[in-house]
Design a protein around this ligand. Structure first.
Ligand code: FAD
Length: 470
Protein backbone atom coordinates (compact mmCIF):
# COMPACT_ATOMS: atom_id res chain seq x y z
CA UNK A 1 0.00 0.00 0.00
CA UNK A 2 1.28 3.51 -0.87
CA UNK A 3 2.14 5.60 2.15
CA UNK A 4 1.89 9.38 2.17
CA UNK A 5 3.34 12.10 4.41
CA UNK A 6 -0.18 13.31 5.18
CA UNK A 7 -3.77 12.08 4.96
CA UNK A 8 -4.81 15.59 3.91
CA UNK A 9 -2.94 18.55 2.46
CA UNK A 10 -4.86 21.83 2.35
CA UNK A 11 -3.75 24.56 -0.07
CA UNK A 12 -4.86 27.93 1.34
CA UNK A 13 -5.28 29.08 4.94
CA UNK A 14 -8.44 31.16 4.55
CA UNK A 15 -11.89 30.67 6.10
CA UNK A 16 -12.65 27.41 4.29
CA UNK A 17 -9.21 25.81 4.35
CA UNK A 18 -8.60 26.44 8.07
CA UNK A 19 -12.00 25.01 9.05
CA UNK A 20 -11.53 21.91 6.87
CA UNK A 21 -8.01 21.27 8.25
CA UNK A 22 -9.08 21.62 11.89
CA UNK A 23 -12.14 19.40 11.58
CA UNK A 24 -10.25 16.71 9.61
CA UNK A 25 -7.48 16.72 12.24
CA UNK A 26 -10.19 16.36 14.90
CA UNK A 27 -11.23 13.12 13.19
CA UNK A 28 -7.67 11.84 13.62
CA UNK A 29 -6.33 12.65 10.15
CA UNK A 30 -2.70 13.72 9.75
CA UNK A 31 -3.07 17.17 8.19
CA UNK A 32 -0.80 19.88 6.77
CA UNK A 33 -1.83 23.27 5.38
CA UNK A 34 0.13 25.80 3.30
CA UNK A 35 -0.66 29.51 3.25
CA UNK A 36 1.30 31.78 0.93
CA UNK A 37 0.36 35.15 2.43
CA UNK A 38 -1.27 35.49 5.85
CA UNK A 39 -3.30 32.96 7.87
CA UNK A 40 -6.98 33.88 7.98
CA UNK A 41 -7.27 34.54 4.25
CA UNK A 42 -9.33 37.18 2.51
CA UNK A 43 -12.05 37.53 5.14
CA UNK A 44 -9.70 38.22 8.03
CA UNK A 45 -6.81 39.97 6.30
CA UNK A 46 -8.41 42.03 3.49
CA UNK A 47 -12.13 41.34 3.38
CA UNK A 48 -15.05 41.15 5.78
CA UNK A 49 -13.30 41.97 9.06
CA UNK A 50 -11.14 45.00 8.14
CA UNK A 51 -14.01 46.25 5.99
CA UNK A 52 -16.52 46.06 8.85
CA UNK A 53 -14.05 47.92 11.10
CA UNK A 54 -13.87 50.71 8.50
CA UNK A 55 -17.68 50.67 8.25
CA UNK A 56 -17.98 51.13 12.03
CA UNK A 57 -15.49 54.00 11.85
CA UNK A 58 -17.37 55.67 9.00
CA UNK A 59 -20.72 55.56 10.81
CA UNK A 60 -19.60 57.72 13.72
CA UNK A 61 -20.09 60.65 11.40
CA UNK A 62 -23.86 60.04 11.41
CA UNK A 63 -23.86 59.60 15.18
CA UNK A 64 -22.16 62.96 15.72
CA UNK A 65 -24.59 64.67 13.34
CA UNK A 66 -27.69 62.93 14.70
CA UNK A 67 -26.80 63.69 18.33
CA UNK A 68 -27.57 67.39 17.87
CA UNK A 69 -31.33 66.76 17.53
CA UNK A 70 -31.17 64.88 20.84
CA UNK A 71 -29.74 67.82 22.73
CA UNK A 72 -26.01 67.28 22.32
CA UNK A 73 -23.76 70.13 21.29
CA UNK A 74 -20.06 70.52 20.51
CA UNK A 75 -20.22 67.28 18.53
CA UNK A 76 -17.74 68.41 15.90
CA UNK A 77 -15.03 65.71 15.90
CA UNK A 78 -11.85 65.21 13.92
CA UNK A 79 -11.06 61.99 12.13
CA UNK A 80 -7.52 60.64 11.67
CA UNK A 81 -7.24 57.93 9.00
CA UNK A 82 -3.70 56.74 9.94
CA UNK A 83 -4.90 56.00 13.51
CA UNK A 84 -7.80 53.93 12.19
CA UNK A 85 -5.52 51.98 9.82
CA UNK A 86 -2.92 51.34 12.54
CA UNK A 87 -5.58 50.11 15.00
CA UNK A 88 -7.20 47.98 12.31
CA UNK A 89 -3.83 46.46 11.36
CA UNK A 90 -3.06 45.60 14.99
CA UNK A 91 -6.40 43.78 15.30
CA UNK A 92 -5.84 41.88 12.04
CA UNK A 93 -2.40 40.78 13.25
CA UNK A 94 -3.99 39.55 16.49
CA UNK A 95 -6.62 37.59 14.56
CA UNK A 96 -4.02 36.14 12.23
CA UNK A 97 -2.15 34.80 15.27
CA UNK A 98 -5.35 33.23 16.57
CA UNK A 99 -5.95 31.45 13.24
CA UNK A 100 -2.42 30.08 13.24
CA UNK A 101 -2.60 28.88 16.82
CA UNK A 102 -6.03 27.27 16.22
CA UNK A 103 -4.40 25.17 13.52
CA UNK A 104 -1.44 24.26 15.68
CA UNK A 105 -3.66 23.38 18.66
CA UNK A 106 -5.66 21.08 16.38
CA UNK A 107 -2.42 19.30 15.43
CA UNK A 108 -2.31 20.66 11.87
CA UNK A 109 1.17 21.31 10.45
CA UNK A 110 0.91 24.96 9.34
CA UNK A 111 3.40 25.82 6.60
CA UNK A 112 4.10 29.30 5.27
CA UNK A 113 4.61 29.15 1.53
CA UNK A 114 3.04 28.67 -1.85
CA UNK A 115 1.97 25.12 -2.70
CA UNK A 116 1.79 23.70 -6.20
CA UNK A 117 0.66 20.24 -7.29
CA UNK A 118 3.11 18.24 -9.37
CA UNK A 119 0.81 15.24 -9.59
CA UNK A 120 -2.37 14.06 -7.82
CA UNK A 121 -0.60 13.27 -4.56
CA UNK A 122 2.57 15.36 -4.60
CA UNK A 123 3.04 19.05 -3.90
CA UNK A 124 6.01 21.38 -3.77
CA UNK A 125 5.91 24.21 -1.24
CA UNK A 126 8.04 27.30 -1.97
CA UNK A 127 10.30 28.76 -0.77
CA UNK A 128 12.58 25.90 0.10
CA UNK A 129 11.38 23.43 -2.51
CA UNK A 130 9.67 21.36 0.20
CA UNK A 131 8.18 18.20 -1.31
CA UNK A 132 5.17 16.64 0.43
CA UNK A 133 2.78 13.84 -0.44
CA UNK A 134 -0.84 13.45 0.64
CA UNK A 135 -3.66 10.95 0.05
CA UNK A 136 -6.26 13.73 -0.27
CA UNK A 137 -5.63 17.31 -1.45
CA UNK A 138 -8.05 20.15 -0.71
CA UNK A 139 -7.77 23.32 -2.80
CA UNK A 140 -9.03 26.34 -0.86
CA UNK A 141 -7.14 29.13 -2.62
CA UNK A 142 -10.01 31.67 -2.74
CA UNK A 143 -10.17 34.44 -5.33
CA UNK A 144 -8.56 37.74 -6.26
CA UNK A 145 -9.77 41.08 -7.64
CA UNK A 146 -9.81 41.52 -11.41
CA UNK A 147 -8.90 44.75 -13.13
CA UNK A 148 -10.23 45.83 -16.50
CA UNK A 149 -7.54 46.00 -19.19
CA UNK A 150 -7.57 49.68 -20.16
CA UNK A 151 -4.74 52.16 -20.73
CA UNK A 152 -3.50 53.54 -17.41
CA UNK A 153 -5.09 50.78 -15.26
CA UNK A 154 -1.80 50.58 -13.36
CA UNK A 155 -2.77 53.86 -11.65
CA UNK A 156 -5.89 52.27 -10.12
CA UNK A 157 -6.13 50.32 -6.88
CA UNK A 158 -8.36 47.48 -5.65
CA UNK A 159 -9.85 46.80 -2.22
CA UNK A 160 -6.52 45.14 -1.27
CA UNK A 161 -4.71 48.48 -1.46
CA UNK A 162 -7.64 50.55 -0.17
CA UNK A 163 -7.10 49.01 3.26
CA UNK A 164 -3.57 50.43 3.35
CA UNK A 165 -3.77 53.94 1.89
CA UNK A 166 -1.33 56.28 3.67
CA UNK A 167 -3.86 59.07 3.53
CA UNK A 168 -7.32 59.72 2.20
CA UNK A 169 -7.59 61.42 -1.18
CA UNK A 170 -9.82 64.47 -1.58
CA UNK A 171 -11.81 62.64 -4.23
CA UNK A 172 -12.30 59.06 -5.30
CA UNK A 173 -13.94 57.13 -8.12
CA UNK A 174 -15.09 53.66 -7.07
CA UNK A 175 -15.74 51.51 -10.13
CA UNK A 176 -18.31 48.73 -9.80
CA UNK A 177 -21.91 48.20 -8.76
CA UNK A 178 -21.58 45.21 -6.44
CA UNK A 179 -21.44 45.07 -2.68
CA UNK A 180 -17.70 45.75 -2.30
CA UNK A 181 -17.84 48.85 -4.52
CA UNK A 182 -20.89 50.21 -2.72
CA UNK A 183 -19.47 49.58 0.74
CA UNK A 184 -16.20 51.34 -0.05
CA UNK A 185 -18.02 54.26 -1.69
CA UNK A 186 -19.99 54.74 1.54
CA UNK A 187 -16.87 54.43 3.72
CA UNK A 188 -14.89 57.01 1.73
CA UNK A 189 -17.79 59.42 1.39
CA UNK A 190 -18.42 59.36 5.15
CA UNK A 191 -14.76 60.30 5.74
CA UNK A 192 -15.26 63.40 3.63
CA UNK A 193 -13.89 62.09 0.32
CA UNK A 194 -15.93 63.38 -2.65
CA UNK A 195 -16.99 60.01 -4.04
CA UNK A 196 -18.27 58.91 -7.43
CA UNK A 197 -19.67 55.40 -7.78
CA UNK A 198 -19.29 54.46 -11.43
CA UNK A 199 -21.06 51.40 -12.79
CA UNK A 200 -21.38 50.28 -16.40
CA UNK A 201 -24.79 48.58 -15.91
CA UNK A 202 -28.11 50.42 -15.75
CA UNK A 203 -28.53 50.09 -11.97
CA UNK A 204 -26.31 49.14 -9.00
CA UNK A 205 -26.58 45.91 -6.97
CA UNK A 206 -27.42 43.48 -9.77
CA UNK A 207 -29.21 40.35 -8.55
CA UNK A 208 -30.83 42.08 -5.56
CA UNK A 209 -34.52 42.93 -5.30
CA UNK A 210 -35.45 45.86 -7.57
CA UNK A 211 -37.04 47.84 -4.73
CA UNK A 212 -33.83 47.53 -2.70
CA UNK A 213 -31.74 48.62 -5.67
CA UNK A 214 -33.89 51.70 -6.26
CA UNK A 215 -34.14 52.63 -2.58
CA UNK A 216 -30.41 52.21 -1.97
CA UNK A 217 -29.56 54.32 -5.04
CA UNK A 218 -31.83 57.06 -3.69
CA UNK A 219 -30.25 56.92 -0.21
CA UNK A 220 -26.67 56.96 -1.52
CA UNK A 221 -27.49 59.94 -3.71
CA UNK A 222 -29.03 61.79 -0.74
CA UNK A 223 -25.77 61.23 1.12
CA UNK A 224 -23.86 62.97 -1.64
CA UNK A 225 -22.37 60.00 -3.47
CA UNK A 226 -22.45 60.67 -7.20
CA UNK A 227 -23.97 57.45 -8.57
CA UNK A 228 -23.18 57.30 -12.29
CA UNK A 229 -24.47 54.30 -14.23
CA UNK A 230 -24.34 53.21 -17.85
CA UNK A 231 -20.73 54.18 -18.49
CA UNK A 232 -17.22 52.99 -17.72
CA UNK A 233 -13.66 54.22 -17.77
CA UNK A 234 -11.92 53.99 -21.15
CA UNK A 235 -8.55 55.38 -20.06
CA UNK A 236 -6.79 56.71 -16.97
CA UNK A 237 -4.15 59.48 -17.16
CA UNK A 238 -1.94 60.60 -14.32
CA UNK A 239 -1.33 64.34 -14.07
CA UNK A 240 0.33 66.70 -11.55
CA UNK A 241 -2.78 66.98 -9.43
CA UNK A 242 -4.16 63.46 -9.60
CA UNK A 243 -5.86 61.07 -11.96
CA UNK A 244 -8.12 61.81 -14.89
CA UNK A 245 -10.62 59.15 -15.99
CA UNK A 246 -11.92 59.38 -19.54
CA UNK A 247 -15.34 57.76 -19.70
CA UNK A 248 -16.77 55.79 -22.61
CA UNK A 249 -19.59 58.37 -22.91
CA UNK A 250 -17.04 61.07 -23.73
CA UNK A 251 -16.98 62.78 -20.34
CA UNK A 252 -13.97 62.88 -18.05
CA UNK A 253 -13.78 62.86 -14.25
CA UNK A 254 -10.79 63.86 -12.08
CA UNK A 255 -10.02 62.04 -8.85
CA UNK A 256 -7.25 61.59 -6.30
CA UNK A 257 -7.70 57.82 -6.44
CA UNK A 258 -9.57 55.30 -8.55
CA UNK A 259 -10.56 52.02 -6.95
CA UNK A 260 -11.78 49.05 -9.00
CA UNK A 261 -14.23 46.58 -7.45
CA UNK A 262 -15.48 45.03 -10.67
CA UNK A 263 -15.41 41.40 -9.65
CA UNK A 264 -13.18 38.63 -8.40
CA UNK A 265 -11.72 35.58 -10.13
CA UNK A 266 -10.96 32.14 -8.63
CA UNK A 267 -7.27 31.58 -7.79
CA UNK A 268 -6.51 28.61 -10.02
CA UNK A 269 -3.41 29.73 -11.91
CA UNK A 270 0.01 28.30 -11.13
CA UNK A 271 -1.09 25.65 -8.64
CA UNK A 272 -0.57 22.65 -10.91
CA UNK A 273 -4.21 21.79 -11.49
CA UNK A 274 -3.46 20.62 -15.05
CA UNK A 275 -0.79 18.21 -13.74
CA UNK A 276 -3.41 16.64 -11.50
CA UNK A 277 -6.14 16.53 -14.18
CA UNK A 278 -8.45 18.98 -12.40
CA UNK A 279 -11.09 20.42 -14.72
CA UNK A 280 -12.12 24.08 -14.61
CA UNK A 281 -15.63 25.43 -15.19
CA UNK A 282 -16.74 28.29 -17.45
CA UNK A 283 -15.76 31.09 -15.07
CA UNK A 284 -12.35 29.58 -14.38
CA UNK A 285 -13.54 28.01 -11.12
CA UNK A 286 -12.71 24.46 -10.04
CA UNK A 287 -15.71 22.38 -11.08
CA UNK A 288 -16.91 20.23 -8.16
CA UNK A 289 -19.79 17.89 -7.34
CA UNK A 290 -22.19 18.31 -4.42
CA UNK A 291 -19.55 16.85 -2.06
CA UNK A 292 -16.91 19.34 -3.31
CA UNK A 293 -15.03 16.62 -5.19
CA UNK A 294 -13.14 17.86 -8.29
CA UNK A 295 -12.71 15.88 -11.51
CA UNK A 296 -9.64 14.09 -10.06
CA UNK A 297 -10.78 11.50 -7.52
CA UNK A 298 -8.54 12.47 -4.57
CA UNK A 299 -8.80 16.25 -5.06
CA UNK A 300 -11.48 18.42 -3.51
CA UNK A 301 -12.10 22.17 -3.60
CA UNK A 302 -14.13 24.52 -1.43
CA UNK A 303 -14.84 28.22 -1.01
CA UNK A 304 -14.40 31.05 -3.51
CA UNK A 305 -12.17 28.97 -5.80
CA UNK A 306 -15.31 26.96 -6.66
CA UNK A 307 -17.35 30.14 -7.26
CA UNK A 308 -20.59 28.79 -5.78
CA UNK A 309 -21.72 31.39 -3.24
CA UNK A 310 -18.67 33.55 -2.48
CA UNK A 311 -19.18 34.36 1.17
CA UNK A 312 -17.23 33.44 4.30
CA UNK A 313 -19.91 31.41 6.10
CA UNK A 314 -20.42 29.37 2.93
CA UNK A 315 -16.67 28.62 2.59
CA UNK A 316 -16.60 27.58 6.26
CA UNK A 317 -19.66 25.35 5.87
CA UNK A 318 -18.21 23.75 2.73
CA UNK A 319 -14.89 23.10 4.53
CA UNK A 320 -16.68 21.54 7.48
CA UNK A 321 -18.91 19.39 5.26
CA UNK A 322 -15.87 18.20 3.28
CA UNK A 323 -14.10 17.06 6.48
CA UNK A 324 -17.26 15.40 7.84
CA UNK A 325 -17.80 13.57 4.56
CA UNK A 326 -14.23 12.46 3.81
CA UNK A 327 -12.71 12.00 7.28
CA UNK A 328 -15.70 11.75 9.62
CA UNK A 329 -17.59 9.10 7.68
CA UNK A 330 -20.66 11.38 7.72
CA UNK A 331 -21.57 12.38 4.15
CA UNK A 332 -22.76 15.99 4.45
CA UNK A 333 -24.17 18.26 1.78
CA UNK A 334 -24.20 22.06 1.94
CA UNK A 335 -27.49 23.78 1.20
CA UNK A 336 -26.70 26.79 -0.99
CA UNK A 337 -30.31 28.02 -0.92
CA UNK A 338 -31.51 30.68 1.50
CA UNK A 339 -28.06 32.14 2.17
CA UNK A 340 -28.61 35.48 3.94
CA UNK A 341 -26.39 38.27 2.71
CA UNK A 342 -25.73 41.91 3.47
CA UNK A 343 -24.31 45.03 1.94
CA UNK A 344 -22.67 47.06 4.70
CA UNK A 345 -23.45 50.32 2.99
CA UNK A 346 -24.86 53.19 5.03
CA UNK A 347 -27.80 52.63 5.21
CA UNK A 348 -27.23 48.90 5.03
CA UNK A 349 -28.97 46.14 3.12
CA UNK A 350 -29.91 42.68 4.36
CA UNK A 351 -31.56 40.09 2.20
CA UNK A 352 -32.53 36.42 2.26
CA UNK A 353 -34.51 34.29 -0.14
CA UNK A 354 -36.03 35.12 -3.48
CA UNK A 355 -36.29 38.56 -5.01
CA UNK A 356 -39.73 39.49 -6.32
CA UNK A 357 -38.41 39.08 -9.86
CA UNK A 358 -37.01 35.56 -9.34
CA UNK A 359 -40.08 34.47 -7.35
CA UNK A 360 -42.31 35.53 -10.27
CA UNK A 361 -40.48 33.06 -12.54
CA UNK A 362 -41.16 30.19 -10.12
CA UNK A 363 -44.52 30.88 -8.49
CA UNK A 364 -47.90 31.49 -10.17
CA UNK A 365 -49.25 33.95 -7.61
CA UNK A 366 -47.30 36.23 -5.30
CA UNK A 367 -48.33 38.52 -2.48
CA UNK A 368 -45.98 41.42 -1.88
CA UNK A 369 -45.80 43.41 1.36
CA UNK A 370 -43.78 46.61 1.50
CA UNK A 371 -43.17 49.35 4.01
CA UNK A 372 -41.10 52.47 3.38
CA UNK A 373 -40.91 54.67 6.44
CA UNK A 374 -38.80 57.03 8.50
CA UNK A 375 -37.29 55.27 11.54
CA UNK A 376 -38.30 56.76 14.90
CA UNK A 377 -34.71 57.87 15.58
CA UNK A 378 -34.81 60.24 12.63
CA UNK A 379 -37.88 62.09 13.87
CA UNK A 380 -35.48 63.92 16.25
CA UNK A 381 -32.21 63.58 14.33
CA UNK A 382 -33.91 65.14 11.32
CA UNK A 383 -31.96 62.84 9.00
CA UNK A 384 -33.71 62.37 5.67
CA UNK A 385 -33.38 58.60 5.48
CA UNK A 386 -36.12 56.07 4.88
CA UNK A 387 -36.19 52.40 5.72
CA UNK A 388 -37.51 49.72 3.35
CA UNK A 389 -38.97 46.38 4.40
CA UNK A 390 -40.30 43.93 1.88
CA UNK A 391 -41.70 40.42 2.08
CA UNK A 392 -42.24 38.23 -0.99
CA UNK A 393 -44.92 35.64 -0.22
CA UNK A 394 -46.22 32.66 -2.20
CA UNK A 395 -49.89 33.57 -2.77
CA UNK A 396 -50.92 29.92 -2.74
CA UNK A 397 -49.10 28.36 0.25
CA UNK A 398 -48.65 31.70 2.12
CA UNK A 399 -44.95 30.76 2.62
CA UNK A 400 -42.54 33.71 2.93
CA UNK A 401 -40.08 33.33 0.06
CA UNK A 402 -37.97 36.45 0.45
CA UNK A 403 -37.21 39.12 3.03
CA UNK A 404 -35.46 42.33 1.98
CA UNK A 405 -34.49 45.15 4.29
CA UNK A 406 -32.76 48.51 3.77
CA UNK A 407 -31.91 50.59 6.81
CA UNK A 408 -30.09 50.55 10.15
CA UNK A 409 -29.31 47.03 11.40
CA UNK A 410 -30.71 45.40 8.26
CA UNK A 411 -28.06 42.66 8.39
CA UNK A 412 -28.81 41.82 12.03
CA UNK A 413 -32.56 41.72 11.29
CA UNK A 414 -32.18 39.50 8.25
CA UNK A 415 -29.90 37.01 10.03
CA UNK A 416 -32.81 36.21 12.36
CA UNK A 417 -35.44 36.34 9.62
CA UNK A 418 -33.36 33.71 7.79
CA UNK A 419 -34.23 31.19 10.52
CA UNK A 420 -37.94 31.79 9.92
CA UNK A 421 -37.57 31.38 6.16
CA UNK A 422 -35.57 28.20 6.64
CA UNK A 423 -38.36 26.83 8.84
CA UNK A 424 -40.74 27.61 5.95
CA UNK A 425 -42.63 30.23 7.97
CA UNK A 426 -45.83 31.55 6.40
CA UNK A 427 -47.01 35.13 6.35
CA UNK A 428 -49.60 34.03 8.93
CA UNK A 429 -46.70 32.93 11.20
CA UNK A 430 -45.12 36.37 10.80
CA UNK A 431 -48.48 38.01 11.60
CA UNK A 432 -48.99 35.80 14.67
CA UNK A 433 -45.55 36.77 16.02
CA UNK A 434 -45.86 39.47 18.67
CA UNK A 435 -44.21 42.74 17.71
CA UNK A 436 -41.28 44.02 19.77
CA UNK A 437 -42.02 47.68 20.23
CA UNK A 438 -40.58 50.20 19.50
CA UNK A 439 -38.19 48.72 16.93
CA UNK A 440 -37.83 49.03 13.20
CA UNK A 441 -37.92 45.23 12.86
CA UNK A 442 -41.49 45.08 14.21
CA UNK A 443 -42.60 46.27 10.78
CA UNK A 444 -41.84 42.75 9.50
CA UNK A 445 -44.64 41.30 11.66
CA UNK A 446 -47.11 44.16 11.34
CA UNK A 447 -47.38 44.59 7.56
CA UNK A 448 -51.01 43.73 6.80
CA UNK A 449 -51.84 45.35 3.47
CA UNK A 450 -50.83 43.56 0.28
CA UNK A 451 -48.98 45.90 -2.03
CA UNK A 452 -50.93 46.83 -5.17
CA UNK A 453 -48.92 47.90 -8.22
CA UNK A 454 -49.81 51.45 -9.32
CA UNK A 455 -51.66 51.70 -12.61
CA UNK A 456 -48.84 52.20 -15.09
CA UNK A 457 -48.91 54.75 -17.89
CA UNK A 458 -46.35 54.91 -20.69
CA UNK A 459 -45.15 58.31 -19.42
CA UNK A 460 -44.73 57.07 -15.85
CA UNK A 461 -42.70 54.07 -17.03
CA UNK A 462 -40.33 56.26 -19.07
CA UNK A 463 -39.83 58.63 -16.13
CA UNK A 464 -39.12 55.69 -13.82
CA UNK A 465 -36.49 54.30 -16.17
CA UNK A 466 -34.82 57.66 -16.41
CA UNK A 467 -34.80 58.01 -12.62
CA UNK A 468 -33.05 54.63 -12.24
CA UNK A 469 -29.78 56.40 -12.44
CA UNK A 470 -29.06 60.09 -12.17
C1 FAD B 1 -13.33 43.49 0.37
C2 FAD B 1 -14.08 42.22 0.65
C3 FAD B 1 -15.12 42.23 1.55
C4 FAD B 1 -15.80 41.05 1.84
N1 FAD B 1 -16.84 41.11 2.72
C5 FAD B 1 -17.51 39.98 3.03
C6 FAD B 1 -18.55 40.02 4.00
O1 FAD B 1 -18.90 41.07 4.55
N2 FAD B 1 -19.18 38.85 4.30
C7 FAD B 1 -18.83 37.67 3.71
O2 FAD B 1 -19.41 36.63 4.04
N3 FAD B 1 -17.86 37.62 2.76
C8 FAD B 1 -17.19 38.74 2.43
N4 FAD B 1 -16.17 38.70 1.51
C9 FAD B 1 -15.89 37.41 0.83
C10 FAD B 1 -15.06 36.49 1.73
O3 FAD B 1 -13.88 37.16 2.13
C11 FAD B 1 -14.69 35.21 0.96
O4 FAD B 1 -15.88 34.63 0.48
C12 FAD B 1 -13.96 34.21 1.84
O5 FAD B 1 -12.79 34.75 2.38
C13 FAD B 1 -13.63 32.95 1.01
O6 FAD B 1 -12.87 32.05 1.79
P1 FAD B 1 -11.91 30.98 1.08
O7 FAD B 1 -11.43 30.11 2.18
O8 FAD B 1 -12.60 30.36 -0.05
O9 FAD B 1 -10.71 31.82 0.46
P2 FAD B 1 -9.76 32.92 1.06
O10 FAD B 1 -10.24 33.44 2.37
O11 FAD B 1 -9.53 33.88 -0.03
O12 FAD B 1 -8.42 32.12 1.37
C14 FAD B 1 -7.62 31.61 0.35
C15 FAD B 1 -6.19 31.61 0.85
O13 FAD B 1 -5.39 30.82 -0.02
C16 FAD B 1 -4.10 31.41 -0.11
N5 FAD B 1 -3.48 30.86 -1.32
C17 FAD B 1 -3.83 31.04 -2.61
N6 FAD B 1 -3.06 30.29 -3.43
C18 FAD B 1 -2.20 29.60 -2.63
C19 FAD B 1 -1.16 28.65 -2.87
N7 FAD B 1 -0.90 28.22 -4.10
N8 FAD B 1 -0.48 28.15 -1.81
C20 FAD B 1 -0.75 28.56 -0.54
N9 FAD B 1 -1.73 29.46 -0.26
C21 FAD B 1 -2.45 29.96 -1.28
C22 FAD B 1 -4.39 32.89 -0.15
O14 FAD B 1 -3.27 33.65 0.25
C23 FAD B 1 -5.55 33.00 0.84
O15 FAD B 1 -5.09 33.30 2.15
C24 FAD B 1 -15.44 39.84 1.21
C25 FAD B 1 -14.39 39.83 0.30
C26 FAD B 1 -13.71 41.00 0.02
C27 FAD B 1 -12.57 40.98 -0.96
Amino acid sequence: MTTYDYDLFVVGGGSGGVRAARVAAGYGAKVALAEEYRFGGTCVIRGCIPKKLLVYASRFRDDFEDAIGFGWSDTAAKFHWPTLIANKDAEITRLEGIYRSLLEKAGVRAMTGRAELVDNNTLIVQPGNRRVTARIVLIATGGRPVLTEIPGIGHAITSNEAFHLDQLPASMIVVGGGYIAIEFACIFQAFGVATTLLYRGPKILRGFDEDLRDALTAELTKRGIDVVCGTEIAKIDKGWTGLKAELTDGRSVNAGQIMYATGRRPNTAGIGLEAAGVRLGESGQIAVDAYSRASAANIYAIGDVTNRVNLTPVAIREGHAFADSVFGNRPTLVDHELVPTAVFSTPEVGTVGLTEHSARQRYAKLDIYKARFRPLKHTLSGRDERMLMKLVVDGESDRVLGCHVLGPDAAEIVQVAAIALRLKATKADFDATMALHPTVAEELVTMREKWQPPVETAGAKAAEQEADCR
